[in-house]
Write a protein that binds this ligand. Structure first.
Ligand SMILES: Nc1nc2c(c(=O)[nH]1)N[C@H]1C(S)=C(S)[C@@H](COP(=O)(O)O)O[C@H]1N2
Ligand SMILES: [Mo]
Length: 311
């Protein structure tokens, strides 16, 4: 497999220690102890899913960014404004119990517990390029299933045109939601056809492991042809709506962050160019590709639209 080149946490922890810990937890689970749910087992040892199937949607041969880099550098403003804030503070996040409420323009509004959610569709492993609006990028092997599998389950009505994603905003766990860094809760949104596109992933893990808290545990969105901020972390609510929603970043700076936010090297951010990017862990810059390299898969979603006005 391509991403076997990336160090996994299971390779950093000596395998003997890893196996022993997992065995202990299995025994506890068998006794009806604390770790009874497969998810609880996953939090400390392996994953609650089997081997994810490899996907035809891993469309890159680029080497995955090291796990240690992706977990120590990122944005998760609920835990602070600096790149190392999420790694420092996200341990305060409680990822179980966890529920996602799916509602709005649907025939079957449903609250999914995490264990149900995990079993909704077959887990896939997908290596995606990611591009932050700030000019850095990464290559990440995600684990999840297409968001469309969840959306179809709740049966959208004919009025559903957009899908809104709402992240957790709990000041007890997320100290920075007490400050007006952004308008809380963090929200993002996609047009319904974007949300149903097979590349749009609902992700529960990465690098073969359960999602690290700083990367948006226990469940987040991954939209690889859009700037990173579209990929909302730690989602608690999904709403299907008729009108195009405002998003947290549009509220923060409407002239800098548009609704579509497709990666577009030809449309500069108001304060800097978007033509190049620095892959985390590399020194020289790379050219940024239209739709982050996924044009062949997604460009037709925007045919007839002026992507300079719809940035
Ligand atoms: N809830 C929430 N989701 C979020 C953010 C955030 O601040 N809060 N930051 C976004 C931005 S700007 C980026 S680049 C990606 C970073 O994801 P990563 O840390 O897994 O690379 O998460 C996105 N999702
Ligand atoms: Mo970002």
């Amino acid at each position: 497999m391509r991403f076997s080149t990336a160090p996994k946490p299971s390779e950093i922890t000596p395998p003997a220690v890893w196996t022993a810990r997992r065995e202990t937890l299995r025994k506890l689970a068998a006794l009806g102890g604390l770790a009874a749910s497969p998810w609880a087992l996953a939090q400390t040892a392996s994953t609650p899913w089997g081997t994810p199937r490899s996907s035809p949607f891993s469309l890159t041969d680029d080497k995955p960014t090291p796990f240690s880099t992706v977990t120590s550098y990122g944005n998760f403003y609920e835990f602070g404004p600096d790149k190392d804030s999420p790694a420092k503070h996200a341990h305060r996040l409680r990822t179980q119990p966890w529920q996602i409420r799916v509602e709005g323009e649907v025939l079957k509004p449903t609250t999914f517990g995490l264990d149900t959610l995990l079993k909704l569709a077959a887990m896939e492993e997908r290596v995606y390029r990611m591009r932050c609006v700030e000019g850095w990028s990464a290559v990440i092997p995600w684990i999840g299933f297409p968001l469309g599998e969840l959306i179809r389950r709740v049966q959208p009505t004919g009025n559903a045109k957009y899908v809104e994603f709402i992240s957790l905003a709990d000041p007890e766990q997320m100290p920075y939601v007490r400050l007006p860094l952004l308008s809380w809760p963090y929200t993002e949104a996609l047009r319904l056809d974007e949300a149903l596109h097979p590349l749009t992933l609902l992700a529960f893990g990465m690098y073969g492991e359960v999602m690290p808290k700083q990367n948006g545990a226990p469940v987040r969105l991954v939209v690889p042809w859009k700037y990173g901020f579209k990929s909302a972390k730690s989602i608690v609510r999904i709403r299907l709506v008729e009108q195009q929603p405002q998003t947290a970043w549009m509220k923060a700076g409407p002239s800098e962050y548009g609704f579509y936010s497709n990666v577009n090297p030809d449309v500069p951010h108001k304060r800097w160019s978007q033509s190049t990017e620095r892959r985390l862990g590399e020194f020289s810059k790379r050219k940024t590709l239209p739709f982050n390299g996924y044009a062949e898969q997604v460009a037709q979603l925007y045919s007839g639209m002026d992507l300079r006005t719809h940035f």
